[in-house]
Design a protein around this ligand. Structure first.
Ligand code: HEM
Length: 394
């Protein structure tokens, strides 16, 4: 019987028991569909840091299957265009160029939006029965990402649901229905960014997008479609994972009342709580690479062209690396989880994800800390991201 059954209801609710079984029985495990799954911390870390592995399997798949899909009435033209400069799926010199173009601007000294104030404002509006994921967790990261890019909410508010739809492109197993949603979202998002680029070329400002356009115009490094694809990838990277992180942060505290009360009494514990949620419920559960050569890892042979699933969710609970890994432990230090990846594709927005989570926990404790809370949570049936569909209080 297959050990990798991510869509079983019990594994959607808690994938960690499944990961533990795989790690104990076959830490390098070939799935029924031929991918090689890694669940040990040392393996996952060394593969993330291996510059010879390639990212962007989904892009290759579209190149190889685009014609067939179109013959079957599934249009992937916009999806394909949207991935041209999708940073996470890029490799080599092209990836270096994209990272260099934006990395400095992705760490600004200040954002236009006060995350603290907005977090509290949104939290105060949550009523018993309202879905915290839709009312809070998907809103704050989207607004923070717009602010980072220099886009106003007024001009872009309608993009939020499209960003979430587009993020399905990250999934390990995509359905035709997902592809249709991704294509529609890619069309709307590319249209938005292409119009924005035209506007900013006429009237430049100090925004991240405007600066990148000016740089690209000087050295002709990227055309407008490519710049649009690059910003689409940043908007998605900043919104989806952080939304999932905020949901997991609230749910984890609700499940761990003792720790909830400790953080409530001592705000010095906030950074430790944030890191421990990241380890315990990583928003990106896994990432995928392709082997470009034959090689061995810890005595296991990997062949050229194989798809490798690097399971961050499992690595973060490896008992050979973390003491008592199934325990949510506020005293865990150092906490060298892999939730922001490692190596060439390491996350460029970790600081913002952490900032939003710490204000989320703070505003949640301030708003609900004294109340007796019951909750109801439902997870989405996804493999790549750990994402709550709903979280309600009563
Ligand atoms: C807690 C929230 C977040 C988590 C858990 C997270 C996680 C990750 C992970 C795991 C990767 C690398 C995946 C891989 O190696 O294949 C990544 C890449 C990336 N992240 Fe984040 N991220 C978060 C928030 C953000 C934010 C707020 C931004 C934007 C400011 C951002 C921008 C990016 C970018 C641009 C990349 C691509 C880097 C590259 O390919 O070189 N992330 N993130």
């Amino acid at each position: 019987m297959s050990l990798w059954r991510p869509f079983r209801p019990e594994n959607i609710a808690d994938p960690y028991t499944m990961y533990r079984e795989i790690r104990q029985k076959q830490p390098v495990y070939t799935t029924a569909t031929g991918e090689v799954l890694f669940t040990k911390y040392d393996h996952v870390k060394s593969l993330l840091q291996n510059p010879e592995l390639q990212s962007g399997i989904r892009k290759d798949w579209l190149i190889n299957n685009g014609n067939e899909l179109e013959k079957n009435g599934i249009d992937v033209y916009a999806t394909f265009k949207s991935l041209r400069c999708f940073m996470l799926f890029s490799n080599g010199i092209h990836h270096q160029l994209l990272r260099k173009l934006v990395s400095k601007s992705l760490k600004p000294k200040q954002l236009n939006l006060s995350i603290e104030q907005r977090a509290l404002e949104l939290m105060k509006n949550i009523e018993p029965g309202s879905n915290i994921i839709e009312a809070y967790c998907q809103v704050l990261p989207f607004e923070a990402a717009l602010s980072l890019l220099g886009i106003t909410l007024k001009e872009a508010h309608y993009l939020r649901s499209f960003v979430l739809d587009f993020s399905r492109i990250l999934e390990l197993y995509l359905s035709m229905n997902d592809l249709v949603k991704v294509e529609k979202a890619a069309t709307v998002l590319l249209d938005f960014f292409n119009s924005k680029i035209i506007e900013l070329r006429k009237t430049p400002d100090q925004s991240l997008i405007s600066n990148v356009i000016q740089e690209c115009d000087i050295d002709n490094s990227l055309n407008d479609d490519e710049v649009a694809s690059l910003f689409l990838s940043i908007l998605m990277a900043a919104t989806e994972t952080t939304a999932n992180f905020l949901g997991s942060s609230i749910l984890t505290l609700l499940k761990h009342r003792k720790e909830f009360n400790q953080v409530s009494k001592n705000s010095d514990l906030l950074p430790l709580a944030t890191e421990e949620v990241l380890r315990f419920e990583p928003p990106a559960q896994l990432t995928v690479r392709k082997s470009m050569t034959d090689f061995t890892i810890d005595g296991h042979s990997i062949h050229k062209g194989q798809t490798l699933i690097l399971c961050i969710g499992a690595a973060n609970r490896d008992p050979e690396y973390f003491r008592d890994p199934e325990k949510f432990d506020l005293e865990r230090s150092p906490n060298l989880h892999l939730s922001f990846s490692s190596g060439l594709h390491r996350c460029l927005g970790d600081w913002l994800g952490r900032l939003e989570a710490s204000y989320t926990i703070k505003s949640f404790l301030k708003t609900f800390g004294q109340k007796k809370l019951n909750y109801n949570a439902e997870w989405n049936a996804l493999t790549t991201v750990r994402s709550l569909k709903s979280l309600t209080l009563s």
